[in-house]
Design a protein. Structure first.
Length: 256
């Protein structure tokens, strides 16, 4: 079973169940970290992260995923006017797509990396049951060089900071790699972005979609978000994907 075999009612029921099981409400969530393929092994984890957004929270969603070597362009964005899933049509945010092209020379409207293997379709089905109405922008990372990741993160942080937008970063890490995840997150917690980028360049990571994951960490740090990975909070459980998580606004202290 994968998500494409489910109907709207089944997905909505899963989201409602996950929402009812929350022990506390999150602050405004700006970033989701979601598996690239949503199937029977991880769907409950995906229901849990998507349950932290409400139907009227966002009017656009940017879906970022790594697709190394699939195109000559470093950060291509497909040219579609709309994309179709079994749940209906979602319109592209053409203005936002052009904003990214204007921001940096490595962003291109290009279809070379746009194929059926993209996580875009899986994420859209979750989003179509989570949000009332939204447009979408799809970005692929075809070169996971640290320089490209930093450029992407900078553009996301600059362009989307004041927009009513959710970013979904698609990435995976198997359960037996907790040591590496703790190491990566220690760079994040310490604000050691150069250490994080050096680690990316070693090529030793077991993270599938490391470009998307690290870009998400950089944006979360720039925005001052609090990141939440259930696999870290509940380290004794067997998680299908260690990277299923979200990043939320932090409560501000009340000054007297």
């Amino acid at each position: 079973m994968d998500i494409t075999s489910l109907n709207r009612e089944q997905i909505t029921q899963g989201l409602d169940r996950a929402k009812s099981e929350q022990t506390e409400r999150s602050e405004t969530v700006r970033i989701l970290f979601s598996p690239r393929i949503i199937d029977q092994n991880n769907i409950n984890e995906v229901f849990e992260i998507y349950s932290h957004i409400d139907r009227d929270d966002f009017d656009t969603v940017v879906i970022v995923e790594s697709h190394p070597g699939s195109a000559e362009k470093k950060l291509p964005m497909p040219s579609f006017k709309s994309v179709q899933t079994s749940l209906g049509e979602v319109l592209a945010n053409d203005k936002l797509r052009n904003d990214f092209c204007d921001e940096d020379d490595d962003f291109f409207i290009d279809d070379e990396a746009f194929d059926e293997e993209l996580s875009l379709y899986d994420q859209l089905m979750m989003l179509q049951c989570s949000l009332e109405d939204f447009t979408v922008l799809s970005i692929q990372i075809t070169d996971e060089n640290s320089f490209i990741i930093k450029e992407l993160a900078y553009a996301l942080e600059e362009i989307l900071a004041s927009k009513n937008a959710l970013i979904v970063f698609c990435c995976d890490m198997e359960n037996d790699n907790r040591g590496e995840l703790n190491k990566v997150l220690s760079f994040y917690d310490d604000g050691n972005m150069s250490g994080l980028m050096n680690y990316v360049n070693t090529g030793d990571s077991k993270i599938e979609g490391i470009g998307a994951f690290v870009a998400g960490l950089i944006v979360a740090k720039k925005w001052g978000l609090k990141i939440n990975f259930k696999s870290i909070d509940d380290s004794m459980s067997d998680h299908a994907n260690l990277l299923a998580g979200y990043a939320e606004m932090q409560r501000q202290a009340i000054l007297k």
